[in-house]
Structures are given as C-alpha cells and as structure tokens.
Design a protein around this ligand. Structure first.
Ligand code: PLP
Length: 395
C-alpha cells in the first residue's frame, strides 16, 4: 500500500491553508528547495560549463522523461522534457499531421484548454488544414474518414470530465487517423496508460499534479512505432543527430531525442527531478483509488451542505479525473471569499468553482474543511462584498 501520510509530509503546505489548487500549480516538495540550492552551490557555481557533462545536465531531459514515463504507462526512452506545453502541443500535432499526408482535418473538442486550440488553429492555417471543434460528447460521432489527427485533452480543465482514451483512440485508428492526447490534468492525477490505450502521441505539463514548480518544463511522448518516423517541424539543434558536429543541415536524432529543441532549463529540471522522488513507491492503482475517495466525499459533502451550487462534473467517478467543479452565478466572489478563509481552489470563467484533489497530499480532513468553509460562506453571505469582486490578472 502506498503511504500517503508520508507523501503528504514531503510537501511544504503553508499553515492554515487547505490547498485544492494543485491542478493549477502543485505545492513545493521540500526536497526540491534543497536540491536546487545544492545544484547552485555544487554544480553551476563550481563546475561552470563542465556541468553539462560532469553533472549530467545534457542528458537530464531524457532521464527525467524516463521517470515520468512510469506515471503515464510509457516505457523508458519514450519521453523527453523541455519547453512549455503549448510548444509540445505544436510539435506533436505537426508531427502527427506529417504522418498523415493527404489528410487535412484536425478534430478537437470545446472542452479543450484554449492554448491547445489556439496552437491547432495557427498550425492549421500554416498547413492549410482544417480544425474542427465539437462538443466533448460528440467527438466519437465526428470521427470521419477524412480525419488526420484526433487531438484531445483527456481530463477537461473545467469539469474534470475524463475521455475514454482507449476507446476514442481505437475509433480514430479505425478511421485511419492518429490520436494525440494532452495529459495536463491526467499525469499524476489518474492512472494513465498510454501503451495500453495504443495512443500515438502525448504531451503534458509538470507544474500541476507533478509539482515541478511554476514554469516547470513540459513532456512529450511518441509511441515507439512512430519515434523514428515522426518529423519534427521545430528543428532545433538539441534534437539533431549530432548537435556538436554543428552541421549546416538538419538530421533528426533517433527516437524521442528529436523532440528536443534548444538548451534545456537545467534549474527547473533539477527542481522537477527532486519533485519526482515523491512518486517513488506510489502505485497508480492506489493513487486512483484515493482520488476517487476524495472526490466522492467532496461531492457528497457539498451537495448535502450547499444547495446554492450545482455540480458541474460527471457524477460517475469512472468518467471523472481528480478535480471537481461546481457552478454558482457569483462564482468569482465566492471563490475569493473561500480563498480569504484559507481554502484555495480557483475560479474559471464564467461561473465555475474548481477544486483539485491531489492524492499525494490532500486527505479527508482537507475535504471536510473545504465543505464546512464553503457552506459557512454561502450561508452567511460573506462572499457578497466589494473586496471579493476585484479581479486580479491571474484567476
Ligand atoms: C495547463 C494547460 C496548458 C498550459 O500550457 P503552457 O504552455 O504550459 O502554459 C495547456 N494545455 C492544457 C490542456 C492545460 O491544462
């Protein structure tokens, strides 16, 4: 059995705060602070340029990728780190499109995160392709024989609705298309199984449930059947077969290394590597069971105590990720009042109160405090105050 009391102790959780926003930014693993400090004092400062070899900075994107692979049902040598998720979406989508020459349709859904859709829209313009966006429940019926790539985010960032990755991938393959999955709200939250689902490409970020810190680098995965055929469009020198030959022409590196672009963010990767230590000994089956326990308890508690809000997530846990959202017409002010009272979730336009449950550090006490505080604020109306209506730049 996974020791979740021990994984919780691995984090710095500020006193007096119930943190239910790890789906946006995970809290700091204590070891990450110490590891980054050590990297600064022993590696950057003393080794200088030799750190690329001596401290292994150069191979870090692959080594850290291998640690993430275990959490997403992928094998060693299949994942590489770097850049932001938006860039990784661009790389995976462009490579998938190039593997389906003659087809020009990208299919996604309107529950996808806007950045993924913006990237797809821009790429479609450049490639003279068409982006079709349908409702999440209409995706299956919209898979047509002209489809090149099905591009979906497995878990919806607002509702927590979880797509059937294996089923939709199989439908896409039946139509001759490829499937690209964004795991931003899945990796570290649910039991992802990319090889089992026979997906083609996957991408994800590491600052949400993987707790790598603000701006932590993203990951990209290619199924081994495509790894040596996928043509990178962003042809950076670090993805070259021989970066230090400084050839004038590009020749992709074998396998997933070709999805590297430029110099890796070594300090950020060091923090992430330390954050991934917390996952050693965590079983994905236990993770999923605990996530369901927490989200079920939260839904039950809120529905019993807060008639003012409406569930905005699937009721069936099998169709849900590790987050739950509720709607309230004055959702922004309610969430600001909740945060002021020490329960941190977040607000998503237009009226969604969103709560992420990270099995590594959230427990049933957190659920109880969140339910009680939300019920009190709604009952006494304290959210209805001018200071809770001021919108900040980041919500
Ligand atoms: C969080 C998130 C992003 C953010 O992309 P960045 O480039 O890392 O800012 C993109 N897509 C999805 C689905 C997300 O959930």
């Amino acid at each position: 059995m996974t020791d979740f009391a021990a994984t919780r102790r691995a984090f710095h959780l500020p006193r007096g705060i119930t943190y239910l926003d790890g789906n946006s930014l995970g809290p700091m693993p204590v070891a990450a602070r110490d590891r980054v400090a050590r990297m600064m004092s022993d590696e950057w400062s003393e080794m200088l340029i030799t750190g690329w070899n001596k401290a292994g900075w150069y191979v870090q994107p692959r080594k850290v990728g291998d640690r993430i692979a275990r959490l997403i049902g992928a094998g060693p040598g299949q994942v590489v780190m770097g850049d932001t998720l938006s860039i990784k979406v661009f790389q995976a989508l462009s490579a998938a499109m190039a593997l389906r020459p003659g087809r020009r349709v990208i299919l996604s859904d309107n529950g996808n995160f806007p950045s993924d859709l913006y990237v797809a829209e821009g790429l479609a313009r450049a490639m003279r392709a068409e982006l079709r966006v349908v409702a999440p429940e209409e995706v299956e019926a919209a898979i047509t024989p002209d489809l090149a790539v099905l591009m979906l985010t497995e878990v919806d960032y607002r509702t927590g609705r979880r797509h059937d990755m294996a089923g939709l991938t199989a439908r896409a393959h039946d139509a001759g298309a490829l499937a690209l999955w964004d795991l931003a709200h899945s990796a570290g939250a649910v039991d992802v199984d990319l090889m089992g689902a026979d997906a083609d490409f996957a991408v994800g970020c590491t600052y949400k449930y993987l707790n790598g810190g603000p701006g932590a680098p993203a990951f990209i995965w290619t199924h081994p059947r495509h790894a040596d055929a996928a043509q990178p469009i962003l042809q950076g020198w670090m993805g070259h077969d021989a970066p230090f030959a400084f050839d004038l022409g590009y020749r992709p590196a074998p396998g997933i290394e070709r999805m590297r672009v430029g110099t890796p963010p070594v300090i950020a990767l060091t923090a992430l590597d330390a954050a991934l230590d917390v996952w050693d000994g965590v079983s994905l089956a236990d993770l999923r069971a605990r996530s369901i326990e927490l989200t079920e308890a939260f839904i039950k508690g809120v529905e019993a105590a807060c008639p003012e809000v409406a569930l905005n997530s699937p009721r069936d846990p099998a169709r849900r990720g590790s987050q739950v959202s509720f709607r309230h017409p004055q959702g922004y002010a309610v969430m600001q009042a909740l945060i002021a009272a020490g329960v941190v979730g977040d607000f998503r336009a237009p009226d969604v109160l969103r709560f992420g449950f990270a099995p590594l550090y959230n427990d049933l006490d957190d659920v109880g405090r969140a339910v009680d505080t939300l019920a009190r604020i709604l009952r006494d109306g304290s959210w209805d105050d001018e200071r809770f209506r001021q919108r900040a730049a980041v919500t």
